[in-house]
Design a protein around this ligand. Structure first.
Ligand code: PLP
Length: 478
């Protein structure tokens, strides 16, 4: 053996390695001995040298392999720009309502209630039972677990007047959250390039889902009491739309709660235009001084397609909602839901069904009412004291949010930035407008963590607003 012969072998093997794919196996010691006429000790020495240089790694009893060397370099995904073309819609990458924030800030931006408002004990016990049952290893029927379908149908049917045929369990399609239900409904019932009438302002996620489905939005103004039925009729006539997406109970963001008279008038307009009302009953469990009465409960002619979610009142981890529709619309919806998600996890469906059939569920929903009332009132008082130049068009009778109108001309994004740097996160209202915002608004969630900090949050909002107003007055006088 000589250093020269191992050095020569190292040089030969480096060349071999240079053309071999990462992970390739080197010839065995015996093969290298035979091929290069060197001793086994020389081969071992050469392999140790290559190992020390990071070129090979030996796996005892298996062999020696070319190391997978990762060369650090900047990613270049620029080619995708040409492949993807311009995006169909440009908006914020992530809605403010979905942002996660650190515990140090006062978070008023989220769309979901804080954990302390959830039936945590019921949910945990339900998951434990579901995990032990067949639900953990079985596939449900595509439209949903029959018992859960029956529960959703029963709840809606119980809200209907005598003389209206209640929905049947087979009218129910279980979907993974009502966001998914909206997306499914817009694709299945409206379709790309076709018009959909929406309230303005309306839920940012509906604007997003419609945009992704290529649906053209036709906004109708909606105030603290809901839309004007005459305006709605004009929008249908003008656009030729065959669907109206709305939140009759505690709308997100305005909190509007339609009167029974308005609900009847809207249903009439929808029927006259041979259209669908896509009713998003997202806040069904969040009534405070009013109870939501779904319009779908008064319709057995298939004009109302009803969305009812459990994720906000049960747990954001139980992404379960129902779409209830009759006739061919139901078939279209089921086909679209299957294309999107095939079916919803049996485990989640079983856990959701377990929770809603516990006596504790009703206690939970009733208790929520008091908690939300106390939180809402605390925030309303704090805003009146600390943000006197802002106003609420109405104090909502339910839901999770206040829709705070700021003085005209307020730069809402600057206000949100200013508040955040002082430790309060608010949602700029612009995200809820399907067209240009018609006012300066922020949405404030009173169901978030630490309600004790609401006065402090209101003080910071008030001070930030004052600073902005002073800066704008200075600019004007300069
Ligand atoms: C009005 C409205 N509809 C639907 C959703 C979607 O809820 P989920 O997908 O959690 O059921 C939300 C969530 O913020 C909402 O505010």
């Amino acid at each position: 053996m000589s250093d020269d012969s191992s050095g020569r072998l190292v040089a030969v093997l480096r060349q071999w390695i240079a053309t071999a794919p990462p992970g390739a196996r080197l010839p065995s010691t015996r093969a290298l001995v035979a091929e290069h006429g060197v001793s086994p000790v020389t081969v071992q020495k050469a392999l140790r040298t290559l190992g020390a240089q990071g070129m090979v790694e030996s796996r005892p009893g298996v062999g020696t392999f070319v190391r997978t060397v990762r060369v650090p370099r900047a990613h270049d995904h620029g080619w995708q720009t040409a492949a993807l073309g311009a995006p169909p819609l440009r908006g914020p990458r992530l809605s403010t309502a979905l942002r996660t924030t650190s515990n140090d800030v006062i978070a008023l931006h989220s769309g979901y209630p804080d954990r302390e408002l959830l039936p945590e004990r019921l949910v945990r016990a339900a998951f434990t039972r579901a995990a032990r049952s067949d639900a953990a290893v079985s596939r449900p029927p595509a439209a949903g677990l029959p018992e859960l379908q029956a529960w959703f149908a029963g709840e809606l049917g119980a809200a209907g007047p005598v003389g209206v045929a209640p929905p049947s369990p087979s009218d129910v399609i279980v979907v993974p959250g009502s966001q998914s239900g909206l997306s499914t409904a817009f694709r299945a019932l409206v379709g790309a390039g076709r018009p959909l009438v929406v309230e303005s302002p309306t839920y940012w996620g509906a604007i997003l889902a419609a945009g992704q489905a290529g649906v053209q939005l036709v906004p109708v103004p909606s105030g603290p009491h809901g839309p004007d039925p005459d305006e709605l009729a004009r929008a249908f006539a003008r656009s030729g739309a065959r669907a109206f997406y709305a939140q009759p109970s505690f709308s997100n963001p305005t909190g509007a709660h339609w009167s029974p008279t308005l609900a009847d008038a809207v249903l009439d307009v929808v029927r006259q235009h041979g259209a669908f009302l896509i009713e998003d009953d997202w806040a069904h469990d969040f009534g405070i001084t009013a109870d939501p009465v779904p319009i779908a409960a008064r319709d057995d002619s298939g004009h109302v397609v009803y969305l009812r979610s459990l994720t906000k009142s049960m747990s954001p981890a139980v992404r379960i909602a129902a779409v209830i529709a009759r006739g061919p619309a139901r078939e279209r919806l089921l086909a679209a839901a299957q294309a999107e998600s095939m079916y919803v996890s049996t485990l989640l469906q079983a856990a959701a069904y377990d929770v809603v059939t516990q006596p504790g569920w009703r206690t939970h929903v009733t208790g929520l009412r008091q908690q939300l009332a106390a939180r809402r009132d605390l925030m309303v008082r704090a805003l009146a004291e600390h943000v006197p130049t802002a106003s609420l068009d109405a104090v909502p009778a339910g839901g999770l949010n206040l829709w705070l109108r700021l003085p005209d001309g307020t730069d809402v994004l600057a206000l949100a930035r200013g508040c955040e740097s002082a430790g309060v996160v608010v949602a700029p209202g612009d995200e809820w407008f399907p067209a240009e915002p018609t006012g300066a608004y922020v949405r404030l969630n009173y169901a978030g963590p630490d309600p004790g900090s609401f006065p402090e949050a209101a003080r910071i909002i008030g001070e930030t607003l004052e600073t902005l107003e002073m800066a704008s007055r200075r600019r004007l006088s300069d």
